[in-house]
Design a binder for this molecule. Structure first.
Ligand code: GLU
Length: 500
């Protein structure tokens, strides 16, 4: 391979081709939040440019890749609403093709066989360590003839990388990045058992999939410098190996600036759905805003995100993952979400909390209550909890604050409210409000004085949706029964309130 300075273009030649991006997760664990953001950026970039979004499962590490992780990744992407234009490519199925390319490089003199034994290499490293030299393969077989090796000795195939000059990458996010070629070692393309290495597989797959833009975490920036020589060599050998545009996006840190850990939210996106009860559009929007911006707009519809997303607005510095912000954002999306959909999403959570809930029978009531419930919930768990009063059977459990509200006086008041409400033949919000307001006025009380014990009796809690909504949702019979149950209540000897 020719050495010397090599400025790698920013892919102006690729700009003429339709955009093809890929998300290339290694299925060795869950789809974490950083991976999800990389997937989202790739997907949006492809959609923005009317190109193709592809998915490649990098399962060459057979020992660490699992079916469960593959399923979790596919499930997570599906949940985030990221669809792909072709079936996923499984890197492990393409080992023959990877070896074919390695052999072409070998035949053309861009790669060579290295017969160094493990012991020899260990000795080399020990010496480098002792001399405080950088630890890298020293090219000992680069210029040797394979005939010098013992008959039948095992070998690996190494890439002949340039030894002088520097390589410059015009990264679409990082800008111009330079590395001295001497720092790039002659790394292994094929192991002694003939299996391809990850570094080779990525390049061959990106080329064969027609990938024009490689958008990935900046922990892969060093790899780009190692991957480039393969493109350049193959371009020389057979042409058609245009370099992709590279866009290395900064990693996500915790809110405190430290590397993201589980405490910070480095868990699978399935946990965002299952454990945190978040909506995918909120997670998508939060991820979108993590390292990318469009003026000071905070919320984007999918259509807006596709219309506005592009690489120049991706920031260069690490973004901070802030759970609180994500939770608040979810609250905003809850408010906008469709009532029927929320009712379906909350059903299993409600069922887990309240055995009296019957998802099928109660769906209508839940959906009807949704406009007032969703305004008070930041996630599906809060939504489920907030809805329980609708389904609980009498005697209703009273929380502490509700108990405190149900004093002897207020129980007397409840008895009067019951009489007043029984006169209401039209059990809808307006007449109910008129009726209670009239009663409050008559007694020189604020409406709140009536509403608080009423709320405690109707919901068992001190907070709930608006009291007239609650009355309407529960209906006449159930409302009056709950009020009467508390109005008839007597304080026990120790002062605790018992519920008949
Ligand atoms: N499989 C790599 C990872 O999960 C990504 C490789 C790439 O994007 O080139 O980190």
């Amino acid at each position: 391979m020719a050495s010397g300075s090599a400025a790698i273009g920013n892919g102006a030649e690729s700009a003429r081709q339709p955009v093809v991006t890929r998300f290339a997760p290694s299925p060795t664990g869950f789809l974490h939040i950083g991976g999800a953001r990389t997937a989202l950026f790739n997907w949006l970039f492809a959609r923005h440019h009317g190109g193709k979004a592809l998915l490649r499962i990098e399962d060459t590490d057979r020992a660490r890749s699992t079916e469960a992780a593959i399923d979790a990744i596919l499930d997570g992407l599906d949940w985030l609403g990221l669809d792909y234009d072709d079936a996923p490519v499984f890197q492990s199925h393409r080992a023959d093709r990877h070896a074919e390319v390695a052999n072409k490089l070998l035949a053309a003199g861009h790669a060579y066989k290295c017969f160094a034994t493990a012991e020899e290499l260990e000795e080399m490293r020990a010496q480098q360590r002792a001399n405080k030299q950088p630890m890298r393969y020293d090219g000992r077989w680069r210029d040797r003839d394979p005939s010098e090796a013992p008959e039948g000795a095992p070998f690996v195939v190494r890439l002949k990388t340039p030894t002088s000059g520097e390589t410059v990458i015009e990264d679409a996010v990082q800008g111009s990045v330079k590395v001295k070629n001497v720092e790039i070692d002659d790394y292994i393309l094929l192991r002694s058992d003939g299996t391809p290495t990850y570094m080779l597989a990525v390049v061959v797959d990106d080329h064969d999939m027609g990938v024009t833009h490689v958008i990935r975490g900046d922990d892969h920036l060093n790899n780009a410098f190692r991957q480039l020589p393969i493109y350049r060599a193959m371009q020389e050998i057979e042409g058609g190996w245009d370099l992709p545009v590279y866009a290395h996006i900064p990693l996500i840190h915790g809110a405190d600036g430290a590397k993201l850990s589980k405490r910070h939210g480095a868990m699978g996106v399935d946990a965002y759905r299952d454990e945190l009860g978040l909506l995918p559009e909120a997670v998508d929007n939060y991820l979108l805003r993590l390292g990318w911006g469009h003026g000071d707009q905070e919320q984007f519809t999918r259509e807006e995100a596709i219309a506005f997303f592009d690489l120049p607005a991706v920031g260069k510095s690490p973004s901070r993952f802030d759970f609180k912000k994500l939770a608040n954002m979810n609250g905003l999306y809850m408010r906008e979400a469709d009532d029927e959909r929320l009712a379906n999403l909350a059903a299993s959570r409600i069922a887990a909390l309240e055995p009296a809930f019957d998802a099928e029978r109660d769906h209508g009531l839940l959906a009807q209550a949704m406009p007032s419930l969703k305004a008070r919930a930041k996630n599906l768990d809060e939504l489920a909890e907030g809805s329980l009063f609708l389904f609980r059977k009498r005697p209703l459990p009273l929380d502490e604050k509700a108990q405190a509200l149900l004093t002897e006086d207020s129980r007397q008041l409840l008895a009067d409210i019951s009489v007043q409400l029984k006169l209401c033949s039209d059990w809808t919000s307006e007449p109910l409000e008129t009726s209670l307001k009239a009663m409050a006025e008559q007694r020189g009380l604020g409406l709140g004085k009536l509403a608080q014990p009423l709320r405690a009796a109707l919901t068992g809690q001190a907070t709930s949706p608006g009291i007239f909504d609650v009355l309407v949702l529960l209906g006449r019979d159930e409302s009056l029964a709950r009020i009467d149950a508390q109005a008839d209540c007597v304080p026990a000897k120790d002062g605790a309130i018992t519920n008949p």
